[in-house]
Write a protein of this length. Structure first.
Length: 568
């Protein structure tokens, strides 16, 4: 999933790689130049050799900053573009995912994926990745040069390899789970923060500030503990690198001095070998220093990759939906995960233009059936069709244009009222937006606002009242002009005047359309053409309000209880 995002930036990556090879070659040339100066200049009494070596070294020193600048510019540009595309791809993926994913995943975790994890990758791609690749290259070429200079001294250097191998394997085994755990703790902290901020009114209303603070502090301490575990892993690794370097260097100097006295190597070779050995362990030590960042970036990339690889559970077909027709559920059964079925063998036919009310106790399956009818979920058994066409055969765009869900609370996005109304039809003109508002009787109310259609509703529509938010969401549906509306009744929390305005808007919206209402109040069911009674996921009664009351069964008992409550 990541490769297609990287591919457009490969040219910059290759340029950075070429510049890195040049810079690494210059670094590796210095000890060889020292060897030549010592063996052929100082020890060989060829003074001009020292001058030539000095000029060559000076030339390389001038070229190196140019190469390093090219590395930084190309890698940073490629990294920023990659991260921008990755952030966009992750958000785009979220738009593709289906309702089950969002109901099962905490919002704070998703926010963490696109903020904290991407920020971690920013550090990783800007500096760590470039330096890690450069260090690996420097290490590999240094080993080749050391073997070429003196195979015997190279064998002596191996005295530190077992120590390095054991330390590295132990560090790798302990660090990866530690960094994955850290990403999870960061997501938990983000979730707690997001919940505390979005629910601040409820928190303040019930004087729960200290409790929410304690919950956030606990999450924050868990994140600190995760960092502490990583620090302990690092403490056990880095000192071993320094000890291994000192051990290898001491052994090389002792053996190198012995070999030089017996004419097996030159002084320049021993000096060059010592310099290369230092440069060899330098990337090892730096790799250890950066390994934590590398693992952190790797863990963040793994989290984002898992998001990009998440398959949508509701896939669009290739066909179209008819402009209208019967909405039919045929022997539909659905369960959330491994739990008991929430909807069991429900068969239901809603005629064009009919108003059907879904009633039942909490947990009876009303909302689940509504989600199935708008294809928020697909049934495990049975089928749902509009005008004889299975909803699974239609494209999602065609489906959303024909069947629209109106939630209990009208959710608005930051921006103008006009922008929020045209959410379902971004190409709609202001006149069409006004007509949608006029059709439900809300235009005068909107135009009475200081900026009318241009009024900025702010985040979640906080500048509007609950009723005004609901009217805007209803106008949004009117602009789309669907054939079927599934409505979660939402007027119970409104004042009588606003409730009347919303009820009028809904009645206008329902004209000529099929409407299915999740009725929380039986007065709504009384006005419907038919009432479907749900119980334990099953459809147990369906008829008109009067017929069900006359039958004296489940709905009649609900109605009697409702009437008694009104009387009290």
């Amino acid at each position: 999933m990541i490769a297609p995002i990287i591919r457009p930036h490969l040219r910059l990556v290759i340029l950075a790689g070429v510049a890195m090879v040049v810079a690494t070659g210059i670094s590796l040339a210095a000890p060889l130049l020292v060897k030549i100066a010592i063996d052929h200049g100082i020890r060989g009494d060829h003074v001009h050799t020292v001058d030539v070596v000095a000029l060559v070294y000076l030339s390389l020193v001038i070229v190196r900053p140019v190469a390093e600048r090219a590395i930084v510019l190309c890698s940073a540009r490629a990294g920023e573009r990659f991260l921008g595309d990755l952030r966009t791809a992750a958000y785009d993926k979220l738009q593709e995912l289906s309702l089950p994913f969002f109901e099962e995943t905490r919002a704070g975790v998703l926010v963490s994926r696109l903020t904290a994890d991407v920020q971690t990758l920013t550090t990783f791609t800007r500096t760590v990745l470039v330096e890690v690749v450069g260090s690996v290259l420097l290490f590999a070429v240094s080993v080749v040069i050391l073997i070429t200079l003196s195979p015997l001294l190279s064998l002596v250097m191996l005295i530190s390899v077992p120590l390095l191998a054991v330390s590295s394997l132990r560090y790798g085994k302990r660090s990866r789970p530690a960094f994955l755990a850290l990403r999870d703790r960061v997501a938990d902290t983000m979730t707690s923060l997001q919940e505390g901020l979005t629910g601040v009114r409820v928190v303040q209303s019930f004087a729960q500030e200290q409790e929410r603070y304690a919950a956030y502090r606990a999450r924050s301490r868990e994140q600190v503990s995760a960092w502490r575990r990583i620090s302990l892993v690092n403490i056990g690794f880095f000192p071993m690198i320094a000890f291994a370097q000192a051990l290898a260097l001491a052994a090389v100097l002792v053996v190198g001095g012995y070999l030089e006295r017996h004419g097996r190597v030159t002084v320049g070779t021993v000096v060059a070998f010592a310099l290369y050995l230092i440069s060899l362990f330098d990337p090892v030590a730096r790799l250890g220093d950066w390994y934590s960042e590398f693992q952190s970036g790797r863990a963040a990339l793994a989290k984002i990759s898992s998001l990009l690889a998440e398959p949508p559970t509701v896939l669009g077909g290739t066909g179209a939906l008819p402009a209208g027709g019967e909405l039919r559920a045929e022997a539909v059964t659905f369960a959330y995960g491994d739990s008991a079925p929430a909807v069991v063998d429900v068969s239901l036919t809603v005629s064009p233009g009919e108003h059907l009310a879904l009633v039942g106790a909490t947990g009876a399956g009303k909302s689940t059936l509504a989600k199935l009818l708008v294809r928020g979920y697909d049934p495990q058994r049975g089928r749902i069709s509009l005008g004889g066409t299975d909803l699974r055969e239609a494209t999602l765009d065609a489906l959303r244009a024909r069947i629209v869900f109106v939630p209990q609370e009208g959710h608005l996005f930051a921006g103008s009222i006009a922008d929020n109304v045209r959410l379902g039809r971004p190409d709609a003109t202001d006149d069409e937006v006004r007509e949608a508002l006029r059709s439900i009787g809300a235009l005068a109310r909107v135009e009475a606002l200081p900026d009318a259609l241009a009024t900025d509703v702010r985040s979640r529509g906080v500048r509007l009242s609950a009723g005004e938010r609901q009217l805007v969401s209803i106008a949004r549906v009117a602009l789309v002009d669907p054939a079927v509306i599934v409505l979660d009744e939402a007027t119970s929390s409104l004042d009588p005047r606003t409730e009347a305005a919303v009820e009028h808007a809904l009645s206008v919206l329902a004209r000529g359309r099929t409407v299915i209402t999740i009725a929380h109040r039986l007065s709504t069911a009384e006005r419907a053409d038919r009432v479907a009674v749900m119980e334990h996921g099953r459809l147990v009664e369906i008829a008109s309000h009067d017929e069900l009351v006359a039958q004296g069964d489940r709905y009649a008992a609900l109605w009697a209880s409702w009437q008694a409550g009104l009387a009290i």
